[in-house]
Design a protein around this ligand. Sequence first.
Ligand SMILES: [Zn+2]
Ligand SMILES: [Zn+2]
Length: 222
Amino acid sequence: MIYILPLLSVFAGYVISLFLKPSSSTVFQLLLSFSGAYLLSVTVFELLPEVYSSGSSEIGIFIMLGLLLQIILEFVSKGVEHGHMHHNDDTGTFPVLLLVSLSLHALLEGFPINHSGHLLHGVVIHKIPVAAILSVFLIRSKISKIKVVLFLTIFGLMTPLGSWLHKNFEVLNPYSVYINAMVIGIFLHVSTTILFESAKNHTFNASKLAIVILGILLAYFI
Ligand SMILES: [Zn+2]
Ligand SMILES: [Zn+2]
């Protein structure tokens, strides 16, 4: 499941992108808000206490490093991870840097997945809207169909690869708590940005507020 679900979520995102317009669909915006609330909740409820219980005094530093890394990655990805659309990128060239940026993010988030079912759900739910936005961008960028499939497949394999590396390379074990702390920083940045940007102009939106509360409750109780 650890390996299959993240891959399936990329496929699900691709299928969704064929039916919903991520930029204008209300349903899609709600899905994005839900994913942000759920990911943030799992991070705060489970991942955060776990890394702090390791007793290492450097945890906080690595969380902030992860947050900084995500900010840097978003210079390249322009915020695909938190729901941004790319525009005027129909050059027909394969976006290598975008793939590298998104792959590094996806690889790292595979590491902590092994020991938490909730985190697996959080990452899967978070990947669906990301993959949908990415699919729309790739299809619009006029690169060939094969390259679109290649891009999404490589991107989809990165999270399972991260989980696999964590499981099979014991040399990484002493560092896993620091990698997990960096992933927390990444998740904090991505999820709070989703929640921040989804509250456009801070006008009251009952359905968005409801879906955010639902995300928090589900992460807590399930
Ligand atoms: Zn943004
Ligand atoms: Zn992610």
